[in-house]
Design a protein around this ligand. Structure first.
Ligand SMILES: [Zn+2]
Ligand SMILES: [Zn+2]
Length: 336
């Protein structure tokens, strides 16, 4: 006979955060009382193996097959014990986004087959309690991550206090690498434009920062004035050739050499390296999802995006709409 175990909870974290906790099997031992061990890849058709602990009941070996995955919305797997004494158990998690940024979680399991009645006795009692304990543990984990403090970049909060952009800026900005002696210096006579945070893996970041801060200047207004002999390309194959001090590793500027490239004529610099007291406001944060490719936990992204939003910095996973429109137009212009 068919039985459905139903449990639910509301979590004060985004579906993406809840999902990223559930989808990170390697960290289950840190928080998951129901399935302290589950190994494998959550991809449709794959089998994951581990164990389930019913509090006050038996420990059950697990080896379900993933049957349905809709990122940040639904995770479903099935265990089938074949034969006359067999049964099937289809476990599914449905994440529903709520209007206020919270998540409604359904954690249900359908038992069916010849011996489902026997299994149901256990799951209807102790099993239900353990599923509810799982929901509570997941809620605690996700809510802690959603509200965690993250060290994004020192300029994020500096920007708040300098949001008006007021303060005297010198006519020529000087960028210095981190070398105590014989520092590389770049003189910038143009305006810093499109100042933003970048989550890509290529840009230079100060120690402890999650992202870099980058601005654009007209290429003809940025000149290396001291110790050019110490400067070398980090990766000459990139469209933006980042030039670094070979001694301290700081990127003193990023050059665009290809005359057909949409950024040709522009040079990229890191404003925090300038000797000016005030740097321009941060207009946006780009390429944030790339942080995950560099090893950041997906579960911190809500905290990252939340902190930037609080600082008044819009977040994107490419450049800002303004720059994306310029790039799209460049393609049409260059092809004419
Ligand atoms: Zn240096
Ligand atoms: Zn970047």
């Amino acid at each position: 006979m068919r039985h459905v175990l139903k449990t639910e909870i509301v979590i004060d974290a985004s579906p993406q955060t809840v999902w990223s906790v559930m989808d990170d099997l390697a960290r289950y031992p840190e928080w998951n009382p129901l399935m302290p061990e589950l190994v494998g890849q959550t991809m449709v058709g794959r089998t994951v193996t581990g164990r389930m602990i019913i509090e006050g009941g038996p420990e059950i070996p697990l080896g379900p097959v993933m049957t349905r995955i809709v990122g940040a919305r639904e995770l479903r797997w099935i265990t089938i014990i074949p034969g006359d004494e067999g049964f099937s158990a289809e476990h599914y998690f449905i994440l529903t986004p709520l209007e206020d940024g919270r998540t409604h979680l359904t954690n249900d399991e359908i038992f069916d087959g010849p011996t489902a009645d026997q299994v149901w006795e256990l799951f209807d009692t102790l099993g239900r309690q353990s599923y509810e304990a799982f929901n509570v543990a997941l809620k605690a984990r996700a809510e802690a991550l959603a509200g965690a403090s993250v060290s994004i970049h020192p300029a994020v909060h500096a920007t708040v206090s300098n949001a008006s952009g007021e303060g005297p800026a010198p006519d020529v900005l000087t960028i210095k690498c981190h070398c105590a002696a014989d520092a590389v210096e770049v003189a910038i006579s143009g305006e810093l434009a499109h100042n933003h945070l970048c989550g890509c893996s290529k840009c230079w970041k100060p120690d402890g920062a999650l992202v870099s801060q980058v601005a654009i200047v007209a290429a003809d207004t940025a000149k290396i004035t001291h110790h050019e002999e110490k400067v070398a390309a980090v990766d000459a194959g990139q469209s933006i050739v980042r030039m670094a001090c070979t001694e301290c590793g700081v990127h003193v500027l990023g050059r665009v050499d290809n005359p057909d490239h949409h950024f040709f004529g522009m040079t990229f610099v890191h404003p925090e390296l300038t000797t000016a007291a005030v740097s321009p406001p941060i207009e946006f944060a780009g390429f944030l999802s790339s942080l995950i490719e560099q090893g950041a936990q997906p579960s911190i992204m809500q905290a990252v995006r939340g902190e930037l939003k609080e600082a008044g910095i819009p977040t994107y996973d490419a450049f800002s709409p303004e720059i994306m429109d310029l790039i799209a137009w460049h393609k049409i212009k260059a092809a004419a």
